[in-house]
Design a protein. Structure first.
Length: 183
């Protein structure tokens, strides 16, 4: 029936399989928003390629294979993007690998200190977002707070970290020392 563009049949399949596909996708991505998006992509893919369905094969396995392939495709896309960004940084003509690694170490150390000085809940929200790549929706769900509260915590943490860098970067300290030496 699906092959004959029967929309009610598609809706029945969607209602029957959506939670199973969602749970299967969630096991890979561990994020409600991503799992929901992947579930929708599975059904878009199903509708788009409905004429390729082999009726003699297990339909459940077919849907889970589509889901798994879409998850892998998304992981591959993210890895490619990260590699591209890393390559763009290293091919910068002004890039000095020795000087940059030392400066990068110093800046990372400063960032760690700044992050450690955040209030506990703000620190938790920041780490979930930046270290684990969780979306605001996922963080809100996980910590049982609103999305606006997550946004507020992130704004506070970024403001705090910027202020910390302004005060503690070597350029600022040198400027303060040179200013004090004038007097």
């Amino acid at each position: 029936m699906l092959k004959k563009d029967d929309v009610p049949a598609f809706n029945k399949l969607h209602n029957y399989y959506k939670s199973k596909i969602y749970r299967f996708a969630w096991r890979f991505v561990r994020c409600d928003e991503s799992a929901a998006e992947l579930t929708q992509l599975v059904f878009i893919h199903l509708w788009k390629y409905k004429n390729n369905i082999n009726e003699e094969k297990d339909f459940n396995s077919y849907l889970l294979t589509i889901t798994k392939n879409l998850v892998y495709k998304e992981f591959h896309r993210k890895a490619k993007l990260a590699a591209y960004q890393s390559e763009a940084i290293s091919t910068d003509p002004g890039y000095d690998p020795i000087g940059s690694s030392m400066n990068l170490k110093d800046y990372r150390h400063l960032a760690e200190i700044a992050i450690d000085s955040l209030p506990p809940q703000t620190k938790k929200v920041f780490k979930l977002s930046r270290d684990e790549g969780a979306s605001y929706e996922c963080i809100a769900e996980q910590l049982n707070i609103s999305k606006n509260t997550v946004h507020s915590h992130m704004a506070k943490s970024l403001s705090h970290i910027r202020a910390y860098f302004k005060i503690h970067t070597p350029e600022t300290i040198l400027a303060i020392f040179s200013f004090l030496n004038l007097f």
